[in-house]
Design a binder for this molecule. Structure first.
Ligand code: NAP
Ligand code: MG
Length: 462
């Protein structure tokens, strides 16, 4: 894997201000595969200055032209699809077919959607005797995690650029190589100098400096609720716009009339995907008492089939954290029916696909985000009970409902406190707004709603 030893600032790779580096590790075999510079406040300051200098020109560029540049970026990403997949596989550990289909193709699709939306979005509207202008917020500080490393970058950078904003990105320390590849693609696509800038580094150093910088008008963050809370407080104190995509503990509600086999097998697949490192995963399966034992048996058998296919977790800390949750679940009275806390391999950060049965709503594993291949199966007595359990966490990012009748599933979904619900296995829609109720976040990403996050309004009266 190619690693740059500089920061991409103002349209060029520049030497970092300091000398510290971050090791990039392959989570499959724990080998160091590269080193990137650990940015400091000085690097962030240089990047924010470059973004501010580029802002007037980019904001004044007609939206259709901005869309054409984003389209060129999409094309470069598409041309480099295989390299993207290999890079994500190397630093995140996901199997190559999944890296191609999801980690490479999804951001290509999202970039394409913003190439189109930039050209077609309503940036000006008439309200009575006023003309309302939807104008760019300004300089955006984007802070992204490692679990969908390129998707989370594109889901911020593409709409920000479409809106006329300029960006400074601080990607996750575990997956900086695909972020550097993205910066190369930005350059190759002809995005004007300073419109996009990259500073690799640690969250507590570079991320903190970016969130707190006076020259940043908006902070867009995806990651843990704990860090998001701090970033929200920093942004609030400075009266900055903030968008937060945080954790989840989503419910997969299997109503008694549902096709149980389909609901359970798709539900298990959803949790095991990306080794369970998905904020919107349906990590709690809710099954009616009358079908409970059958569902548990099926979930355990389905999970076991993933043992050979699952990639590792991203790092040793995440692996240990997830194993700790499995142990805690068992200690609090859950019944282990598949997987377990033992290491399935000698090398690499692997965790076995795990199913915990007899989980009750008050248990830690039913309340906290585990971020690993661990499914909790809960029992409910009636629909009101199911709703109480489904809504009974601090999170509200996603969810699923299964029923024989679509209208029955929709009626239940309307009562769920969550930002997304898949009805009978509905497909992911990369243009539908994505984001959380309650502590799962503030704001929405993707599609037109994601673009609107990067705009503010100005009213002209006539
Ligand atoms: P995290 O610490 O919240 O990391 C997200 C991003 O924020 C990374 O770029 C991180 O940098 C940066 N960051 C960390 N501390 C910061 C600070 N004080 N100021 C500014 N930026 C900061 O998440 P994590 O440590 O990678 O994962 C921990 C847990 O978060 C997971 O187990 C999971 O529960 C949750 N998570 C959720 C999502 C999601 O999509 N909702 C994604 C990832 C993780 P570093 O890379 O240097 O830490
Ligand atoms: Mg962290």
């Amino acid at each position: 894997m190619k690693a740059h030893d500089g920061m991409y600032i103002g349209g060029a790779w520049r030497p970092p201000a300091g000398t510290d580096t971050i090791e990039v590790v392959d989570p499959v075999d724990e080998r160091v595969i590269g080193r990137v510079p650990a940015g400091t406040a000085a690097d962030i300051d240089a990047a924010v200055h470059a973004a501010r200098a580029a802002l007037p020109g980019w904001a004044a560029t007609p939206p259709a032209e901005r869309g054409a540049v984003i389209g060129a970026l999409r094309d470069v990403l598409a041309a480099r699809r295989e390299e993207i997949a290999e890079t994500v596989t190397a630093e995140l550990g996901t199997p190559l077919p999944f890296s191609r289909k999801v980690h490479a193709d999804l951001p290509i699709t999202v970039a394409g959607s913003y190439a189109e939306l930039a050209a077609t979005h309503t940036f000006e509207e008439r309200v009575g005797n006023s003309t309302v202008l939807h104008e760019r917020i300004g300089v955006v500080g984007a802070i992204t995690p490692w679990n969908y490393p390129l998707h989370q970058i594109v889901a911020k950078v593409a709409p920000a650029l479409a809106a006329g904003c300029t960006v400074v990105l601080k990607p996750a320390e575990d997956t900086p190589l695909v972020a550097q590849l993205f910066a190369e693609a930005v350059h190759e696509a002809g995005v004007p100098a300073g419109v996009f800038n990259l500073v690799t580094g640690l969250g507590v150093v570079a991320g903190q400096a970016l969130a707190a910088h006076d020259g940043v008008d908006m902070v867009s963050f995806t990651g843990s609720t704990a860090v998001g809370r701090g970033i929200g407080a920093t942004a609030g104190a400075a009266i900055k716009r903030v968008a937060l995509e945080l954790g989840g503990k989503s419910a997969n509600v299997v109503l008694p009339s549902a096709d149980l086999t389909k609901a359970v097998t798709v539900g298990v697949a959803n949790v095991m995907s990306n080794s369970g490192q998905t904020c919107s995963a349906w990590t709690r399966m809710l099954v009616h008492a009358s079908h409970y034992d059958e569902a548990v048996e099926l979930a355990a058998a389905t999970a076991a089939k993933y043992a050979e296919r699952l990639g590792p977790l991203v790092n040793a800390r995440q692996r240990d954290r997830v194993r700790g949750y499995i142990e805690k679940g068992i200690a609090e009275g859950a019944r282990l029916v598949a997987g377990g806390p033992e290491s399935p391999r000698e090398k690499g950060y692997f965790v076995s696909p795990t199913v915990l049965a007899d989980v009750t709503p008050g248990m830690t594993v039913a309340q906290e985000e585990i971020f690993g291949p661990v499914l909790s199966v809960l029992r409910y007595e009636d629909e009101e009970d199911a709703l109480r359990i489904a809504n009974g966490t601090v999170y509200g990012l996603a969810g699923a409902v299964w029923a024989a009748d679509e209208a029955e599933a929709v009626a239940f979904a309307r009562r769920m406190d969550t930002g997304q619900v898949d009805i009978n296995g509905g497909r992911f829609n990369p243009r539908a707004p994505f984001g959380g109720y309650k502590q799962s976040g503030v704001g929405r990403e993707l599609g037109a709603h994601g673009l609107a996050e990067y705009l503010q309004t100005k009213s002209l009266q006539f």
